[in-house]
Design a binder for this molecule. Structure first.
Ligand SMILES: [Mg+2]
Ligand SMILES: [Zn+2]
Length: 214
C-alpha cells in the first residue's frame, strides 16, 4: 500500500529566513552559520514521521543559479540543517528534492524553464513516483503561495504557514486554492494533519463515551 507523506518546504517553514541589510529583503539563508531551526519544527517533523507519514523536503533553491552562493556552501548549509534536525529530535527526511534551476540563471547549467520549480508540481510528482506515495492523502506544508500552488497542482492537501490576512485570503481565493488551514507553525500544521488522520476514530470514541455516560 502506498504511504502517505508530508511534503515540506525548507526556508520559512523549517528554518528561519534572514534579513538582508544590503537589499532590504527578507530572504533564504545561504550560509551554514545562518541556520536556525524554527521553534518546534524538528519535534513536529518527528511526530509526523512517528504517525506514519513519509517526510519529503521539496524546495526551490535558485541561489546557486543566481550566483548568491557557491555549490559547496549550499550543500554544507543543507548538511547543517539535517544535522540540527537529527540532533534535536532524531528526525530524518525520507527524501530530499531540490529545484536548483532558474529561468534567468547566471550559472548556465542551472538556466532552465524547468518542470520542477514550484509552483509547478514536478518535485512532488517525482518524489511520489520514487517513493510510491499516496498523493491524495498527503499534505504539502509551506510558507509561500507557490508552495500551496505546487501542492494543489500535484493533488495533495495543503497547509499554509503564515498569517491569514486579507491579502493572502484574497490571493488564495483568486487562484482558487483550497487550504486545510493557515497556521503559525509546523506544530500547528501537525495538529491539523493528525486530527485528520485520527478523525474518524476520535469521533467514534467520543460517541461511545457519551452513550456510556447518559
Ligand atoms: Mg519557504
Ligand atoms: Zn527545476
Amino acid at each position: 500500500m502506498a504511504d502517505k507523506a508530508v511534503f515540506v518546504d525548507r526556508d520559512g517553514t523549517i528554518v528561519g529566513l534572514v534579513y538582508d541589510k544590503e537589499t532590504g529583503y527578507v530572504d533564504s539563508i545561504t550560509r551554514p552559520e545562518q541556520v536556525k531551526l524554527l521553534p518546534g519544527a524538528s519535534e513536529a517533523l518527528k511526530r509526523l514521521k512517528d504517525s506514519g507519514y513519509k517526510l519529503i523536503l521539496v524546495s526551490n533553491k535558485p541561489e546557486i543559479a543566481k550566483g548568491r552562493v557557491d555549490e559547496e556552501t549550499f550543500w554544507e548549509t543543507q548538511r547543517v540543517i539535517e544535522d540540527r534536525l537529527r540532533n534535536s529530535s532524531g528526525v530524518e527526511f525520507d527524501g530530499i528534492y531540490f529545484c536548483l534551476h532558474h529561468p534567468q540563471a547566471i550559472v548556465e547549467k542551472y538556466r532552465a524553464d524547468c518542470e520542477c520549480r514550484k509552483p509547478k508540481p514536478g518535485l512532488i510528482l517525482k518524489a511520489a513516483k520514487e517513493h510510491d506515495l499516496d498523493i491524495k492523502n498527503s499534505y504539502l506544508v509551506g510558507d509561500d503561495i507557490l508552495d500551496i500552488k505546487a501542492g494543489r497542482a500535484a493533488g495533495c492537501k495543503a497547509i499554509m504557514l503564515g498569517h491569514a490576512n486579507s491579502t493572502i485570503l484574497q490571493i488564495l481565493d483568486d487562484e482558487g486554492l483550497k487550504v486545510e488551514g493557515i497556521v503559525g507553525s509546523l506544530n500547528d500544521a501537525l495538529r491539523i494533519i493528525l486530527s485528520d488522520s485520527h478523525g474518524s476514530e476520535e469521533r467514534y470514541k467520543r460517541k461511545g463515551l457519551s452513550n456510556g455516560t447518559k
